[in-house]
Structure formats: C-alpha cells, structure tokens
Ligand binder design. Structure first.
Ligand SMILES: *Cc1c(COP(=O)(O)O)cnc(C)c1O
Length: 420
C-alpha cells in the first residue's frame, strides 16, 4: 500500500482572489495605501466596493470582525507581527522573553530580532507549556517581563493559569496564534484573547494561504497605533485604516518615536486572502473531520499516544501530532524511513534537521539550555501535515500505512528480544 498525494500541497486561491489580484497588477496599484478614501470613523467597507487598492484595509476590517478584536494590522509575516508586538509592548535591548521550547524557529527569531533574549520553558506531555516550569523560571529570571506563549501546532496551553501568573508578576503576555487560527474555547470565544496581543500567520502551511502574510490583533488602542506606524504607516496614512483606533491624537503623539520597519502587507496578498476568510469555517470543519478520522485509527495502535487537548479547547488541527511510546531513537528513525518509502512525510520534532528543535537555535543563546523534559517528548514526537484535499480513503490509507509499519518495527524488536 502506498500513498501518492503530495503532503506539501498548499491550498489554492479562490477564483475571486485571482481575478482581483490580476486587476491590481493591471493597474499597478499593489501598495496598500494607493487609494483616495480616508476614514474618520468606522464605515462598512462595502461602501468602498468600486475603489481599487483597498484590499488590505478591507481585509483588516474583515479579519477584525472574524477574530473579534477591535484592531487588526496586516503585515508581511507572523514573525514580523511578533517582533512588532514586542516593540509595542516596550521591549528594550537584552530584555528577557519567556517562550516555549517547543515551537517554531520564527518565534525565538522574532525575540532576537527585537533585541531580546529568549528564556525557554519546558513543554509537558500534552505538548503544552509546563506551568510549573514557568513558575521555576520566573524565580530564576525575576527580571524577565515578557512572554510569547506559542500555540505550537494549534496546541493551546492552560492560558488561564499563565495569565494569572503573568498578571501577578507583571509579565506582558503575547500570544503566537500562527497555528491556532480557528481554535476556540468552549465558551465559543476565539483563542487569542487571553493576551493583549495575538499574532497570526497566512504563510502557505497555515489555515490561510497567501504565501507570506501575518496579522496583529489587539483591542488595545496604543498597541494598535504603535503597530500601524511601525509596520510602515507614515504621515497621515493611518487615516486609510478601518480597523484602527479613531483617535488621531494617539498616532500624532507616537509617530516621532516609532520607527518605520516597512513590514506592510501588499494588496496582492490581501486580495488572495479575502475570499479565503469567507470559507475558513468550512475548511476548519473539514480539517476536524479528517483529524478525527485519523485519530480514531491511530488511537487503536498500542505504540502510539495522541496527547489529549484541554477539555475547554476546540482545536482547528491542520496537522497530526503523536508520540511513539518506548521507542528507541533508531526505531523512530526506522519508522520515518519506512513510512516515507510508502509515501508519507512524517517529521520528528526533536531532530537536528528540524527547525522546531531548540538545539538548532544557537543564534538565541550562548549556552545550550537544559530542557530535559522537552527533549524527551519531542525525540519521539511525530508530525504529519493534513490537507483539506485529502479524502476519507486517503486518511484510511495513511492510517493503514502507519499501523503496518509500526507492526513490522515492533514485531521485529520483539523477535530480536525473544531470541536474546
Ligand atoms: C509558522 C509559524 C510562525 C511564523 O509564521 P510566519 O508567518 O512564517 O512568520 C510562528 N509560530 C508558529 C508556531 C508557526 O507555526
């Protein structure tokens, strides 16, 4: 049995996005501020329907409605969004920033970019931030006053506990929602409201696909004004934002003190994203169906453990993570190799060729951090991307291949053991 579909296949752009992008290119109006209207108060962006080049402004408004934050700033990546969030939060050179050890390299990179020093927190067996380790690290680093909590692969940590500690300790909390767009709390609220700032990604392998792209979402007026300016809004261009605080004074007050980092989103990017927002919930449902089906198959396998998410989180999983139980390193590598031969692309987080392994982030520390617990968990943690283009039969095939390969590996080992 072999799986023949491409695991790296990105989601296509809806036709409406393609047509709008072509129009923008025909007129050359790709710059986000290349239109006439200015806004002194909130208007319904459908009033701007005939005005070309308003794509980014409209997208910010629409995303703010979707995610239920007052203000949204569209930027060129989530890494940029995290970087600007730290600047907006007041981070200064060599300030320490707590973050997960189990995340993607873009997160510590954004901290380094902002001039900060990451302090890594252990992950627990559910792939979540270990709250006890957070408490320990606060004692070790009482001067650390920032925290990027990353919902790595959409695994949402105990944010209530984290928020409570942050409030008590005066730690500024930022949420990395690059991979949790669509995840909700059981009260129906989107993930990304615990912290003052939430950052999102529309890089190709996230829930929205514009190749590159990101968002800063906040309901804090000052943070919003700072990030609008920092992204590359100068003079009175803030008047062309719809998802902004309608308080010109705050922009005028901040403007001389905020660098222009030129991290804007282009209208082309926004044009391909806007129609995707309309079908996002449908896509999330599709992912959940596929995920549940595959989890149902893998849960029956003895050597596999799929860590449960928190009861109060409804995830939006666009990939599957599971741990191989009591496997040696060579068995894990064998599993990756054998499944690859049959067409699956499974990656192990804790490997030196993986950008999600903290040991590969030497740019961010002078001394290798000791993170035994994280190390142990990610050494056997498998990562498998899903695609909404997969069918029920595809998922069955994937499940069968994993089961068969595991049976061979475990079977061989048992035989080897009994012959000793
Ligand atoms: C992808 C990703 C990012 C970075 O997003 P970009 O838009 O590529 O900069 C940050 N954090 C996590 C957890 C991610 O998966």
């Amino acid at each position: 049995m072999e799986f023949t579909k491409d695991f790296k296949i990105p989601d296509p752009v809806p036709q409406a996005g393609i047509e709008q992008a072509v129009k923008l290119m025909e007129t050359g109006r790709m710059y986000r501020y290349n239109f006439h209207a200015e806004f002194e108060e909130e208007i319904d962006p459908s009033e701007l329907d005939d005005e070309l080049a308003t794509e980014v402004t409209k997208l910010e408004y629409e995303f703010s409605r979707y995610i239920e934050h007052k203000y949204v700033i569209a930027v060129n990546s989530c890494g940029s969004a995290l970087f600007m969030s730290l600047k907006a939060a007041g981070l200064e050179y060599q300030d320490k920033v707590f973050s997960n050890a189990f995340t993607f390299t873009a997160v510590p990179s954004s901290i380094v970019h902002a001039g900060g020093i990451p302090i890594y927190l252990e992950c627990n067996s559910q792939y979540l931030i270990d709250v006890e380790d957070f408490k320990r690290k606060i004692k070790q680093h009482p001067d650390a006053k920032y925290f990027i909590a990353s919902h790595m692969r959409g695994h949402v940590s105990d944010m209530e506990a984290i928020k409570k500690i942050c409030d008590e300790e005066g730690i500024y909390l930022i949420e990395d929602c690059a991979h949790s767009l669509g995840a909700k709390w059981s009260n129906g609220k989107h993930v990304g409201h615990t912290a003052k700032i939430a950052c999102f990604s529309s890089q190709s392998y996230k829930m929205l696909n514009s190749g590159e792209g990101g968002f800063i979402a906040t309901s804090d007026e000052r943070v919003a004004a700072y990030c609008i300016l920092a992204a590359g809004c100068y003079e009175k261009l803030y008047k062309k934002h719809l998802a902004r605080p309608f308080n010109d004074e705050i922009f005028e007050e901040l403007k001389p003190y905020v660098p222009n980092f030129s991290l804007r989103m282009t209208n082309l990017t926004a044009a391909v994203l806007r129609p995707q927002l309309g079908i996002l919930d449908e896509k999330i449902n599709r992912y959940n169906t596929l995920y549940d089906q595959l989890a149902g198959i893998l849960e029956t396998v003895e050597s596999i453990h799929i860590p449960p998410s928190l009861d109060r989180v409804k995830r939006a999983p666009d990939s599957m993570q599971f741990n191989l139980l009591n496997f040696t390193k060579s068995q894990v590598d064998q599993f990756v190799k054998d499944t690859a031969v049959k067409g699956l692309k499974i990656q192990i987080f804790g490997r030196l060729d993986n950008a999600r392994y903290f040991k590969n982030w030497q740019y961010s520390f002078t001394e290798m951090p000791e993170l035994k617990q994280t190390e142990e968990i990610i050494a056997c943690a498998c990562d498998l991307r899903l695609s909404p283009s997969f069918t029920t039969e595809d998922i069955d095939t994937i499940g069968r291949i994993i089961k068969d390969v595991l049976k061979d590996i475990v079977g061989e080992t048992n035989q080897a053991l009994s012959s000793v």
